[in-house]
Design a protein around this ligand. Structure first.
Ligand SMILES: Cc1ncc(COP(=O)(O)O)c(C=O)c1O
Length: 302
């Protein structure tokens, strides 16, 4: 009989402690009340996931993927961590890899924004570029094999690395922050899908807690998620113009059965909304964000 646990477990115990300590030092992200015209008859809130430590929307996911890899015994001392990403996940994973003293390689398309590349490098990561979004999966597997490292594979594991029952996941955070609003249980939660992990977590959380809230997922032009949800089969799409959401293939973490409605949003509208919301989110760091409208919904979809 061979017993191998000792040294390995001591390293992973320390790695988990460091990640938990980082979480314990961190504050939750804001749930902002959007000022919208009273005549709309609804209240709209914005969960601002950009206020995490790394400024990336994928900070929660990166934390969960590292913990999942550690408790599975997949992430070991000295292992190179490799990820296929459109940028945001890689930023947060580079941060956690640095926290654990592990090398990190992000596999991304050449079109990834220079700001994201700079952040990954700032956290000690390196970038490996491919021409097309559909190439990132094979390239990441190859880099992991060549370095003897671990391919995180957010597109497969996002939906299962996060505890959908709670444990401070994004759904529990939203519902806790809604508690003292005049309508604490939203009629709709609306989210985009990159891996599909966030929508899977929110959809499961709603059902598990028996909330009447419905889940809508917005999808950019040419993404494979919408036709997969509408047609029930795995559709083929094209690379997305909207960073972080929409995919050329329906990812394994995308769970259509928890989604009540899907909406295809024109890319011009996505860009316009993000510009508008960025100026609003910036202004809330200076002023107030009291709701201007009335009504029970987080967002009504028509
Ligand atoms: C704007 C935006 N919305 C939603 C998501 C949801 O991501 P996921 O489906 O991977 O949980 C992302 C991912 O980066 C995003 O950038």
């Amino acid at each position: 009989m061979t017993i191998s646990a000792g040294a390995d477990r001591a390293w992973s115990d320390e790695a988990i402690r460091r990640i938990d300590a980082e979480g314990n030092r961190s504050a939750d992200t804001h749930l902002l009340a959007l000022p919208i015209p009273e005549s709309w008859g609804i209240d709209v809130y914005l969960k601002d996931e950009s206020t995490h430590r790394t400024g990336s929307l994928k900070h929660r996911l990166a934390r969960s993927l590292f913990l999942f890899g550690l408790v599975n015994g997949w992430i070991r001392e000295g292992a190179t961590i490799v990820e296929a990403s459109s940028g945001s996940t890689a930023v947060s994973e580079a941060y956690f890899a640095q926290l654990l003293g592990l090398p990190f390689v992000a596999v991304m398309t050449r079109s990834t924004s220079p700001e994201k590349i700079a952040l990954i490098e700032q956290y000690g990561g390196t970038c490996h570029f491919v021409d097309d979004a559909s190439e990132v999966y094979d390239a990441a597997e190859r880099v992991a094999a060549e370095t003897g490292g671990h391919y995180m594979d957010q597109f497969t594991y996002a939906e299962r690395a996060t505890d959908w029952r709670g444990n401070n996941n994004i759904a529990e955070s939203i519902f806790r922050q809604m508690e003292h609003e005049r309508f604490p249980v939203p009629e709709w939660v609306v989210v985009g899908a990159g891996t599909g992990g966030t929508s899977a977590t929110i959809g499961r959380y709603l059902r598990y807690n028996r909330y009447p809230t419905r889940l809508a997922v917005v999808d950019p032009e040419n993404s494979a998620f919408y036709p997969t949800w509408a047609g029930g089969s795995a559709a083929v799409g094209q690379p997305s113009r909207i960073e972080g959401i929409g995919r050329p293939r329906p990812e394994p973490s995308f769970i259509p059965s928890v989604i009540d409605a899907m909406i295809q949003v024109p890319d011009a509208a996505s860009v316009a909304a993000s510009r508008h919301l960025r100026s609003f989110a910036g202004s809330t760091r200076r002023g107030t964000d009291e709701p201007a409208a009335s009504g029970p919904e987080l967002l009504r979809v028509e």
